[in-house]
Design a protein. Sequence first.
Length: 134
Amino acid sequence: MFSKLTLIIACCLFFSCSSERKASLAINFSPDSTAIIFSGLDEVSLFRAKEQADSLSNELFSVIEMSAESMEKEIVGKTFIKDNTLTFVPDSPLVKGKTYLVQTLLNSSFGKTADILKSDVGRTIKRQEKILER
């Protein structure tokens, strides 16, 4: 009996622990700092981005210019998709010395494995955020 139980537990652990790692999303400026590049998109996020590329409203990500006066201004622009990379080119150029907050739902989930085990899973998808300084 003990050997069967051990075998079942070993199989459960083996199949529950996937060796395939999910690529992490990288948010950075382009080399010339004229655009923001989202690389490492998973298949679901890439599909949603392609679906929404022609849409006027963009709910997958937002770029906000932060200033010392606490006035936040959302930056608008165009998105381009090539391979597994999404590029955001703003209508007005990104200003040197400014700070930009990028919030995205790309590659996001309701929680990580640790959150699920702690029963700390929310009702909404958790946004990923990154602050970029030009």
